[in-house]
Design a protein around this ligand. Structure first.
Ligand code: GDD
Length: 336
């Protein structure tokens, strides 16, 4: 079996390529060339794994590149993970987010349709589509209400995929994944920002972690569990859309509390809004700054993943507590 992964240098690409290789797949990855030759999470893979991945330098905004790649490789599966994935950034850079996310997804769909229509495609949609959810928990039937340029781009993309699936009878499935984190998460995302700060404090730093909205409620799982769900979606008889999440909600404050607990610090919270702080033995460990607030927030997230559980037999394997532990422990080791 052969699979192509766009966005192989991101967190999910890291876990998915490892997973597919362990299943005996021939794994091809699309990588954008940059002058520093930074390979993202690919650089974190051990050499004995990385050497098996066949890299194609190119960009999802280039439909000719994608068509040539699919024409030549004719993979059984394609995982379209590449995107501008940082919600905060999308408020400042809406157009480039639309170009990469909507244009890129349209290009991938066209390349599949025209050059390799038997390829099964997975598209990385997102819980951000729910924005300000109309119901809790959220499932495949919950109405979408996007609250950021990023979410708007994913709304156009998921409908592009659905349209191509129906119009051209292609096997294209959407994964509506809730937040999924790990030890290779980018440092701009709140969970890694917290785990890295906690590790620095463990090693002696006195700098508090400065965050935005501590009350945002998310459903956080472990990315390694989720890539298996992506693969399961492509093993079904028919293409479809599936929610993956944990069914548990936590605030950013709770994530920080749990992370500090890993190094034996019990935070006490005092003040509110922009003046809230998290203290441990009189020292400020968490502060709030307007800088990290978004113009609009999307939260109150809790996944109802019962369809995935029933149809795919998928379930998250890693608890919130264990996820926090994995991330903090890893950052303590890296910085040690
Ligand atoms: N990044 C960040 N930095 N977020 C903060 C901070 C901070 O200092 N303080 C509070 N937050 C809040 C954000 O406002 C948001 O509500 C929550 O923490 C999570 O933010 P992120 O970690 O940046 O992730 P996200 O939820 O916006 O988006 C991620 O998950 C989506 C769902 O799977 C990304 O991976 C998206 O690409 C993905 O679609």
């Amino acid at each position: 079996m052969k699979a192509v992964i766009t966005g192989i240098s991101g967190q999910d690409g890291y876990f998915l390529s490892k997973f597919l290789l362990s299943k005996g797949y021939e794994v091809h990855g699309v990588l954008r060339r940059n002058s520093s030759m930074n390979q993202g999470t690919l650089g974190l893979l051990p050499n004995n794994i990385k050497k098996h991945i066949i890299i194609h330098y190119g960009d999802i905004t280039d439909v000719n590149f994608l068509s040539n790649l699919l024409q030549k490789e004719k993979p059984e599966e394609l995982y379209h993970l590449a995107a501008q994935s940082f919600v905060g950034y999308s408020f400042q850079n809406a157009l480039s987010t639309y170009d990469a996310n909507i244009g890129g997804t349209l290009n991938v769909c066209n390349a599949v349709k025209d050059s390799s229509p038997d390829t099964r495609m997975y598209f990385a949609a997102t819980s951000e589509l729910f924005g300000q959810p109309k119901e809790t928990p959220q499932n495949e039937m919950t109405p979408f209400f996007p609250r950021s340029p990023y979410a708007v781009s994913k709304l156009a993309s998921i409908w592009t995929v659905r349209t191509y699936r129906e119009a051209y009878k292609l096997f294209m499935s959407n994964g509506i994944l809730f937040n999924h984190e790990s030890e290779v998460r980018g440092p701009e995302f709140v969970t890694r920002k917290i785990s890295q700060s906690v590790a620095r404090i463990y090693h002696g730093s006195k700098e508090p972690v400065v965050l935005g909205n501590l009350s945002a409620v998310k459903d956080w799982g472990y990315a390694r569990d989720y890539v298996e769900g992506m693969w399961m979606m492509l093993q079904q008889d028919c293409p479809d859309d599936f929610v993956l999440g944990t069914g548990e909600s936590h605030t950013v404050r709770e994530f920080a509390q749990a992370a500090f607990k890993e190094i034996g610090m019990d935070l006490e919270w005092t003040g509110s809004g922009i003046n809230e702080v998290g203290l441990s033995e009189g020292m400020t460990r968490v502060k709030v700054s307007r800088e990290f607030y978004r113009p609009l927030e999307s939260d109150n997230y809790r996944a109802d993943y019962s369809k995935a559980k029933k149809t795919l037999r998928w379930e998250p394997k890693t608890s919130f507590r264990d996820l926090v532990k994995i991330m903090v422990k890893n950052d303590i080791e890296i910085m040690g």
